[in-house]
Design a protein around this ligand. Sequence first.
Ligand code: ATP
Length: 259
Amino acid sequence: MIEFIDVHKTYTNEVKALHAINLKIEQGEFVAIIGLSGAGKSTLLRCINRMHDITKGKLIVNNIDVATLKGKEIRRFRRKIGMIFQSFNLVTRTTVLKNVLVSFVPDAPLWRKWTGVFSKQHKFQALTALDKVGILDKAYVRVDQLSGGQQQRVSLARTLAQHPDIILADEPIASLDPVTSKQVMDDLKDINQNMEMTILMNIHHVEVALEYADRIIGVRKGEIVYDGKAADVTQDILDDIYGGKREDMETIEQEEAYV
Ligand SMILES: Nc1ncnc2c1ncn2[C@@H]1O[C@H](COP(=O)(O)OP(=O)(O)OP(=O)(O)O)[C@@H](O)[C@H]1O
């Protein structure tokens, strides 16, 4: 479970990115975080695996108080939290398989890291993950010879090979065409349903968020303004998340009342 208890995040430049966030996400949920650019979506996601430190409140992930982790504990903790990015974060000049095997590096003995020799078991796990996302046939192909969608699948396979409890997806389809986006979203849904991994995703494509996620969290100016079922999201709710149109309307109505 992921639990935010009155979490605040202020960056060193005084930008208040998160304000009084209270949130509980149960294991196995598929959640999409939506909101305008700069609303705080990435910050919220990146606090979960301690890429950013929170400045106030408490953040509990799988019964661990994230702020108390130090050094090696952070690395161990992160192994249970996979992350995929808009930019895929792959080493493009090497093979797909080697990119997936990298997920085992923290566990590998030092000599294996130096020589790049991985155990049969790790290779089997990496190939299984590639099979799971439908690109087993690309295992020995260099990443720079793959399409964007295939590269995102490699990144997903690398995450799956870790067997995480949680997958954080930061704009996973932002640089993909609609057809490839659908394949990646189908993969995420399948992983969520069949492997019971929690998926927490930042996304600008509202229609995709509503189609795939079970729960929507709407963030505006660092605050949660909607938290509920995707099926219950209305146009009014979207207007509220994206720019406070309703507030503007109320102001206009009040001004008109004075004329
Ligand atoms: N490392 C940082 N240092 C200082 N300020 C930051 C940093 N990262 C983000 N911010 C600021 O914090 C606020 C929230 O940013 P964040 O990236 O979380 O928003 P977002 O909703 O993910 O935006 P986008 O959709 O454009 O990715 C913004 O005002 C941003 O400029």
